[in-house]
Design a protein around this ligand. Sequence first.
Ligand code: PMP
Length: 439
Amino acid sequence: QSPPNDLDAFWMPFTDNRYFKANPRLLASARGMYYQTPEGREILDGTAGLWCVNAGHGRESIVEAIREQAGRLDFAPTFQLGHPLAFQLAARVGGMMPGDLDRVFFANSGSEAVDTALKIALAYHRVRGEGTRTRLIGRERGYHGTGFGGIAVGGIGPNRRTFGPGLPGSDHLPHTHDLARNAFTRGQAAHGAHLADALEGLVALHGGDTIAAVIVEPMAGSTGVLVPPIGYLERLREICTKHGILLIFDEVITAFGRIGAATAAERLGVTPDIITMAKGITNAAVPMGAVACRRGIYDAVTGAMAQAAGIELFHGYTYSAHPLACAAALATLDLYRDEALFERSRGLEAYWEAAVHGLAEGRHVIDIRNMGLVAGIEMAPREGAPGARGMEVFRRLFDTGLLVRATGDIIALSPPLIVEEAQIDTMVAALAGVLAETV
Ligand code: PMP
């Protein structure tokens, strides 16, 4: 049975509002690997909040850094002014990026980071006298947030139907789901290079000199844990380089240890031109997004070249590099380093893979994918009601004390990187139990 590819089922959780109002699921506090409900029930956090609380909840050093910063400097205007932590953090984040992507812009969410990255790409070409490059290429089933740029390059059918054509000329590569969904995938499926050749098709269709950038998640998270087939990202890189197209990795989920390194780019050995981040940068304690770009791109859009071309990158948010977010981020990066959490995440991969594939015999399960400390357990959709089974499993698990994420009929797991093996066993056992009871 084949799941729907236009992701109508993806929207199911958002149509759950009536149920939610009658049965509110509230979280009142959190510590380490657990949330507590107002009634005092413990919920094991199988999703690190929303793929973001990588160091676990309520970490004292982060709380203290926020408290201390709030007392010293609560806010500094973004334009023509700054504060020292912003520069410290930019240097710190830049130092964690691959290649020469050591120039950093700040935003307040993943969606804003995506908008920022798209604007940087467009400005870069214009400054260089290549203003015909205005097309932005995303990927079917890509998720890049809910800003206008993000939904235009994003590959979610319902979103595009609701909000119209999006950005003029934006287009989409085919999704990798059919390849990635290779029954009970361990690691990556082959033939990715072939699939990435679709970009050459778009170049032939539109003209390479009309395309500004290609944006992809190295591993698509929100739309169902789609791991990159072998050779896919490498080939995208080759084709982009050949045609002067910028390659953007949206690492809002994958950065900061989720797949065993600072970035997926580092782990997978493919260096894009621009990387977007958010979530794990502050351990989600304060909202923050960031964009790292190659030095040459930064210099072009902010320096003398842009001035000579009469082009301003008018960009920035009131809350860019907010002092509380910078303080939280610096404390978070200290924790990642001091507790070697990226290494820990990588060290747990083998255990994780074996554990989640233990669900292969689970009722309704048609595929299991994993990468780093992420897993997607895909169920066959219920006849005539795609997404309903996923929602039911989500509800039942929450009631038994485990938080997962349902994307249509795909159950996603992405625990904090501090997870213990015994807790992985608990998650898998809870899932096995609920799968058995779900019709
Ligand atoms: N890009 C990716 C890859 C994401 O996974 C998300 C959020 N899940 C976003 C962008 C949007 O981030 P935010 O919700 O912080 O705007």
